[in-house]
Write a new protein. Structure first.
Length: 201
């Protein structure tokens, strides 16, 4: 019996900036993404995270916001109200970009941590386009990936606990594209890492 062909996965690092803890009452203000690499039956191949990227700033969907959350990104809600893209247009463009970069591979969103970014991304995709190119479960959390490989409890994991060679040398700026690229490098290093005591290369 012939082995079933495994469809490759294309990992896309996603970072969002928002003005509150949940979508709906609050708004996703920017969306950044960078292709991190591909995995098939032969293993993982890292990508140049600056080669295939996506970035959009979005118009807020409500008047509500949490000042502390807004301050993290430094984005101006008043400016975005005038210049930000309509969410339906931005998310349609994102879906088209995902399909273009994936080709025959299946897209998987990866984030650090994925839970916050995925919550906003998936809600916005369903609300404004009616579908998600990642399906309902195509997301991978880098914190979980590290905890599993390191043999640590999930809540013990922070970037500061990781071996330095796993971390990107790029600054974490809270600009969605900068952070998506930084985290694409972290993801590639994690995928290639063999665990404690082993080099990431």
């Amino acid at each position: 019996m012939a082995a079933r062909r495994i469809k490759p996965s294309l990992y896309i690092s996603v970072d969002i900036e928002a003005d509150g803890p949940i979508p709906g009452p609050y708004s996703m203000l920017s969306l950044g993404a960078a292709v991190a690499g591909t995995q098939d039956a032969d293993g993982f191949t890292a990508a140049d995270p600056e080669r295939h990227t996506f970035y959009r700033e979005l118009r807020p969907i409500s008047a509500e916001f949490v000042p502390e959350a807004l301050a993290v990104s430094g984005l101006d809600r008043e400016r975005l109200g005038k210049e930000g893209l309509d969410p339906a247009l931005a998310l349609a463009q994102f879906t088209r970009w995902v399909r273009e970069v994936c080709g025959d591979a299946q897209p998987v969103m990866c984030g650090y941590p994925a839970s916050y970014d995925w919550t906003f991304l998936y809600w916005y995709l369903i609300r404004f386009t009616g579908a998600s190119p990642f399906g309902h479960s195509g997301c991978l959390d880098m914190k979980t990936l590290y905890a599993t490989k390191a043999g640590l409890p999930l809540r013990a994991v922070a970037k500061g606990t990781m071996p330095r060679e796993l971390l990107s040398r790029r600054r974490h700026t809270h600009h969605a594209l900068d952070d998506a690229v930084e985290q694409a490098e972290l993801f590639a290093n994690l995928m290639e890492w063999r665990g404690p005591g082993a080099s990431s290369r």
